[in-house]
Design a protein around this ligand. Structure first.
Ligand code: FEO
Length: 162
């Protein structure tokens, strides 16, 4: 594997683990309000992000590479309103998609077909992640100001989180 692809994948592990911490922070915020459905949903997202990071980590190990794990920055979230929180989640997912695309294009250019195929799973996953984040934001925009509706939405999120 070319060094620049390896570095980009290690950076992506950092992004996925950062996403893990970001969503866990949001989850703890909602746990304290308490809006437990939202909390549960973001906790589930956090777990998924951890799985994403581990997927890349395992791939690098499979390629016999040593992963020197990066430091994960402290997540930054603004909690002024529900809309602001969900908007940050959507913007973050869009950024993740762009990072994946960058590595995907790099792999194609460097004829690293194994990495190219490996990243296809992430590309499909990001379609779902962006859709969920967009739907969530749209729902919050529609109902977020109405307290009774917010409670129903919270129960809905609890169900979605399983
Ligand atoms: Fe692992 Fe939500 O991107």
């Amino acid at each position: 594997m070319k060094d620049k692809i390896f570095k980009a994948l290690v950076e992506q592990i950092e992004h996925e683990f950062y996403s893990h911490l970001l969503y866990l922070s949001i989850s703890s915020h909602y746990e304290n309000i308490p809006l437990e459905g939202f909390s549960k949903w973001f906790r589930k997202q956090a777990q998924e992000e951890h799985t994403h990071g581990m997927k890349i980590y395992d791939y690098l190990l499979e390629r016999n590479l040593h992963v020197d794990l990066p430091a994960i920055p402290k997540p930054v979230v603004k909690y002024k309103s529900h809309e602001e929180i969900f908007d940050q989640a959507l913007k973050h997912e869009k950024k993740v998609t762009q990072w994946i695309y960058d590595i995907y294009e790099m792999a194609l250019k460097e004829r690293d077909h194994a990495t190219h195929v490996f990243l296809q799973w992430f590309i499909t996953e990001q379609v779902e992640e962006e859709k969920n984040a967009q739907d969530n934001l749209d729902q919050i925009r529609l109902f977020g100001e109405d307290k009774a509706a917010l409670l129903v939405l919270d129960q809905d999120f609890a169900k979605k989180a399983g």
